[in-house]
Design a protein around this ligand. Structure first.
Ligand SMILES: [Zn+2]
Length: 163
């Protein structure tokens, strides 16, 4: 399956013990030529529209990034842009540190924390049955999980809804 350059889709035993899962998530570059809607990633959900995602740097180093789905600006603000997964904290090389910092919440003395106005996470899926696109409220999809097309009722595993 096509991978997003910046995401690692290799789940280690250690990450699994910490609660990370290998899932399908929105491809940040979906919409660019040849880019799929969903890509595999290693993610720990830490609350509604909040997650820690495993990143791989161009030099091959692993980092963990606390992200939230939404915008840095509230709806109606002149700088508001479409809701997407945005970094909350600077990525960290330690998964434990990333989890600890994410769960600590906003701290007045932490200049590295960015507030995200969260929204319900959405994904676009492409039905392999009728070839129609539809929106799904989801932060991620489990690989192998059954999805149903709301238009033609085709049923199949999540990864078959990649378009
Ligand atoms: Zn369909």
């Amino acid at each position: 399956m096509q991978r997003y350059e910046n995401y690692s889709d290799e789940l280690t035993d250690h990450e699994q013990e910490l609660g990370f899962k290998r899932v399908l998530t929105v491809n940040p570059r979906f919409g660019f030529a040849g880019r799929a809607n969903m890509v595999p990633a290693v993610v720990l959900r830490i609350g509604p529209s909040h997650r820690i995602i495993k990143l791989v740097n161009p030099d091959g180093n692993i980092e963990y990034s606390h992200q939230a789905f939404g915008s840095y600006f509230p709806p109606g603000n002149i700088d508001y842009n479409d809701d997407e997964w945005n970094p909350v904290l600077t990525p960290m090389p330690s998964a434990e540190s990333a989890i600890r910092m994410a769960l600590a919440g906003p701290m007045p003395n932490n200049p590295f924390r960015q507030h995200v106005y969260t929204a319900t996470a959405m994904m676009k899926l492409m039905c392999p049955g009728c070839s129609e696109w539809f929106d799904l409220e989801a932060e991620s999809l489990s690989i192998g999980e059954t999805q149903v097309c709301p238009k033609c009722e085709y049923s199949g595993v999540a990864e078959s809804f990649v378009g």
